[in-house]
Design a protein around this ligand. Sequence first.
Ligand SMILES: [Zn+2]
Length: 320
Amino acid sequence: MSEISEQTRLKSPYPWQHQVWSRVEQSLQNQRLAHAIILAGPKGLGKQVFITAFGQRLLCSQPRDGMACGQCKSCQLNSAGTHPDLKWVLPEEAGKAIKIEQIRDLQSYLANTAQQGGRKVVVLGPVESLNVNAANALLKSLEEPSVGTHLLMFSHQLSSVLPTVRSRAQIVQAPMPSKEESLHWLSNLTDMDPQQLLELSNWSPLQALELCDADVFQEKSSVNKIIGSVYTGDLTIIAAVSKLHKLDMMSVLHCLLDHIDHNIRGMMSSKARSGQQSIQKLFDVRDKTLVLSQQLQKGANPNKQLALEELMLLYRRAAN
Ligand SMILES: [Zn+2]
C-alpha cells in the first residue's frame, strides 16, 4: 500500500525532466496540448512522477511558474490524495495487466462532469499492460475526448503498445538524465557509492535509488555476479540456473537486460570489427529476454527453469 500513498502526494518533476516539462507546459499555454499523451522511455526515469505532477498542475487553480501552487483547494486535495477529478488507472498488482473492468470504470468516470468544476485528469499506465480488450475499450475514450479531459499515460515499452492506441496519443520521449546529473542527484540521497549503484542499474537513477535498500542491493549484486560468471564461463549454466530460479524472475530478467546492454555498449564503443557477430548474438538474447519479460507482465507462467536455461545458454554462446 505504501506505493499507493506515495502516488497520491503532490509531486514535482525530477531535475532532469525540467526541459521537457517546459515544452509540455508551453504546448498547454499555446492550447496545443493533445488531450492524450504517452510519456515513453525505459523504466526508472520517473515517468509516472512526471505525468502525475503534470496532472496535478492541470488541476491547480493558480499555477505558479508552470507548476502546481501547492496551496489552492485542488492542490490540497492532491496532497491528501483525494482529488475527485484525478483518476488512477494502474495494474491492481505490480507487473499484472490493466483489466477491462478498470477501463469500463474509467469510461463511466469520464462520462460525468468534473466535480471541482475544472479539468479532469486520468493517469494511466504502463500502457503496454492493457490487454487487447482493455485497449480496444480505451480507444473509444481516445477517439471521442470530452472537453477538459486529459489522458496522461506512460509506457516503459512503447513498441508493445497497440498501434491503434499509440497513433491516437501524442508521444513524448521521457528525458534521460546525463551520467553527471544522475551521479549528482543520487549522491545527495545516499551515502553509498553512487557510481556503483548506477552501474548496477544501467544508469537508471530511480532504480539506483531502490538499490540503496541493503537487501535489494545484495540481491542485485549477487544476480549480477552470477550472470557475469556465466558470460565469462566461470560458472556452469546448471549451477547458475539452480541459484537464479529461486529468485524473482522479473528482477533476474532486468539484471540480464542491464548486463546485455552494458556489453552491447562496450562492444559498440570498441572499434573492433570482429565484434559484429557477437553483437548480433547479444541482440538476439536481448530480444528473447524482452519477450519473456513482456509475457510475464501479461500474467504468463512459463517454466522458469527451462526459460532461464535457454537464456543463459544463449548468453554464454554470445560471449564466444
Ligand atoms: Zn494549486
